[in-house]
Design a protein around this ligand. Structure first.
Ligand SMILES: NC(=O)c1ccc[n+]([C@@H]2O[C@H](COP(=O)([O-])OP(=O)(O)OC[C@H]3O[C@@H](n4cnc5c(N)ncnc54)[C@H](OP(=O)(O)O)[C@@H]3O)[C@@H](O)[C@H]2O)c1
Length: 437
């Protein structure tokens, strides 16, 4: 870190904790939604402790803003950024290529890195953390999960004294927007998706969100940071929300529940139980009350019990706050000697074999003997029916009804579902959802 100039010496008090007479130089890689908001905060802070030196982006000319100080270098030459005297590189271009290379090269040259890139951290986080440690640099990724909700910093500092055994969250704002929209307006799934796309809450190809890929990458990062478990995102089962129908909210309401996409990870006897997908949750529970595109993360610890973190999981400004907070945290570390106390990371066996109660929804062509046939299959697999729900008024040619099951392991239920999939009266595959109480 360079000495502070006379220009910044007269600025307001430094609240970062960084040395009063030093300035931390910061280079921004990626000037999109989040990068622009980060630049704005850095330029408006004006306390002299953090100084933006470079802004890198492809075709950078079109990105230039008159509110950025003239000293800042706008560039599309990555080498000039990596070879500069910047202390911290903020990576905000997203994706794996070339972000991974940029982050690796920055760390190898001893620069610390702050990123919001969930794909990169979910796939390469443990490796990059090692690389950072080897080169005396820091890697922070607080905005990579739940955007502006400071759950990762809480895991790193406020909760690291506990021994966490469970993390569950609503981690995908797109899914939550769609599900809470169906809940409140009873619109079909396709209409809720179109609305989300029109409002900019869902991309044109929303598969990563709807089918759980986005949430399981975030869950892998939470498992690493909170449960000290290294897990490849692909090894976490992801179930899609696409088959959820407005009628499922009617039946869920009968059970005092609603539906949300829940990502959950639990450490039990050295195994990591993990799953992402739609679940029934009590309507009056913290998860049941999360509306629109908000995120909620709940942690369970051996000593501290349960904690909740709620807020904006995306958006330029909230995410930029998380990024700048990470930059300030790193800058504090750069200001003085630091002793690292790290917890070891395990690579546990991954399982999705949770034991829960279950919601099975069928769409059938009505005929005598349907319930008897389903009950026979369930009994043959030693599965106990808890309730049978059938709302009146539906067309008999496409009749939805629900069976709920008493708690049993996922693995005990799967063969019964397999057997049910071949029944000639079933119009759609049975929708099978965990009921979380
Ligand atoms: N947006 C959110 O609410 C949010 C929330 C949490 C985390 N994040 C994460 O934050 C990161 C940035 O997201 P964002 O929403 O700001 O993305 P964005 O709006 O697409 O911005 C990315 C920027 O990087 C530039 N870029 C992309 N590839 C490049 C390359 N190969 N070389 C040079 N420049 C390149 C883009 O330039 P062009 O303009 O030419 O495309 C764009 O300016 C991502 O990792 C994202 O997952 C975002």
């Amino acid at each position: 870190m360079a000495k502070q100039t006379s220009e910044s010496a007269s600025q307001p008090a430094d609240l970062t904790g960084a040395d009063q007479h030093s300035v931390c130089k910061v280079a921004l890689v990626g000037f999109g939604t989040v990068g622009r908001a980060v630049a704005k905060i850095l330029c408006e802070r004006g306390d002299g402790a953090l100084r933006l030196t470079h802004i890198f982006n492809r075709n950078v000319q079109r990105k230039k803003q008159d509110w950025v100080p003239r000293e800042v270098v706008w560039t599309e030459d990555l080498e000039s950024v990596l070879n500069s005297d910047a202390d911290i590189i903020i990576e905000l271009i997203g994706g794996l290529t070339p972000a991974e290379q940029i982050v690796r090269r920055a760390l190898e040259s001893g620069k610390s890195v702050v990123t919001a890139n969930k794909q990169l951290i979910a796939r390469c986080g443990p490796d990059l953390l090692k690389l950072a440690a080897t080169h005396g640099a820091q890697l922070e990724f607080g905005a990579s999960v739940a955007g502006g909700v400071p759950v990762l910093p809480a895991l790193r500092t406020g909760l690291c004294g506990d021994r966490l055994h469970g993390i569950a969250g609503i981690l995908n704002g797109t899914c939550n927007y769609i599900l809470s929209r169906i809940e409140n307006a009873r619109v079909p799934f396709s209409e809720a998706l179109e609305e989300a796309q029109a409002k900019g809450y869902a991309e044109a190809d929303a598969s990563e969100d709807l089918d759980g890929g986005d949430a399981r990458a975030k869950l892998a990062i939470l498992a690493l940071a909170g449960l000290r478990a290294q897990v490849a995102p692909e090894s976490i089962r992801a179930r899609t929300i696409r088959p959820v129908d407005a009628v499922d909210f009617d039946y869920a309401a009968e059970l005092g529940c609603t539906l949300r996409q829940i990502s959950r990870a639990e450490l039990k006897a050295g195994k990591l139980f993990a799953d992402v997908g739609p679940c029934l949750v009590p309507a009056d529970s913290p998860f049941g009350r999360v509306q629109r595109n908000l995120n909620l993360v709940l942690t369970s610890g051996q000593y501290g019990g349960d904690m909740a973190f709620l807020g904006a999981g995306a958006g330029g400004d909230p995410t930029a706050v998380a990024v700048v907070s990470d930059v300030m945290f790193v800058a504090e570390g750069l200001a003085g000697p630091k002793r690292a106390v790290t917890n070891s990371v395990a690579t546990p066996e991954i399982s999705c074999d949770f034991e829960t109660a279950w919601y099975l929804r069928f769409f059938v062509r009505d005929q005598p003997g349907i319930v008897a046939k389903l009950a026979q299959i369930l009994a043959a697999h030693r599965l106990n029916i808890d309730s049978l729900l059938q709302k009146p008024g539906f067309d008999k040619a496409s009749l939805p009804f629900v069976i709920t099951l008493e708690p049993c392991a996922d693995s005990q239920l799967r063969p019964a579902l397999e057997e049910m999939s071949g029944l000639e009266f079933a119009l759609r595959p049975c929708l099978c959802l965990p009921i979380l109480r």
